[in-house]
Design a protein around this ligand. Sequence first.
Ligand code: SAM
Length: 257
Amino acid sequence: MIRSALSTSHRRRAFLRRPAALRCLALMALLWSLTACGTPLAQISTAYQSMAPSPDGIGRVYLGREIAQTMGHQGAGWLDRPSRLLQERPQAAIAALDLSPTDVVADIGAGTGYFARRIAPLVPQGKVLAVDIQPEMLALLEGELEAKGIDNVELILGQLDNPNLPPNSIDLALIVDAYHEFAYPREVMAGVVAALRPGGQVVLAEYRAENPMILIKRLHKMSAAQARREMAAVGLQWVKTDDRLPEQHLLFFEKPA
Ligand SMILES: C[S@@+](CC[C@H](N)C(=O)[O-])C[C@H]1O[C@@H](n2cnc3c(N)ncnc32)[C@H](O)[C@@H]1O
């Protein structure tokens, strides 16, 4: 199993400075690319079907939905586009989370950490665990954390089928514009559920598939009904759907206590 060596701020910085550690990161990247192209390491559910891939899909179908292709790190600039503030109103999404200062929040599919970086100051006695499968995304986030002096974000290199989070360790998992591209959503969410404390929440932000006016590729949008179906499949209970965002559903689920 590939687990992140980047577990604390101090170790994270030391890790990135050491040539041996960089070699290790390169090895992890190699392993990631191998697992991305082939069979992942853990046992995979039989819940998937195959089809001829759509232009933005991977040809794997889960509960009637074709899984989207992963957004490569080459597109990282798009995540931090200034127009995002108005287009998506990310501050409204963060306000909806109603965070406590001690919360431990996992940002799954964190990318460049657009959300992780903004949430970190709101949980000064807690922390953010930023999970992504692309080491390049985590490296970009690392640079931003250094530049801004943020020291309560930990970086975790996930796997296609495992977020590599410690069990019973998080209060909230936030997944923004990423779930639809998890290659093995059932396995990743099983790992997220195991990582949640009882009563902990999962919050999904996904572009609304019900609205054809939202100009996002088809497989990169999700309907609320589909999201609820997929979260129910891993034992999460729907709590509410918040409609405050202009283009995305904000769906709240809870791990039963
Ligand atoms: C469109 S980006 C969104 C990034 C970030 N959440 C944001 O809103 O700015 C999706 C991210 O999910 C990551 N991702 C895809 N599959 C993943 C998985 N199985 N586990 C963790 N991250 C994954 C991708 O590497 C990519 O960085």
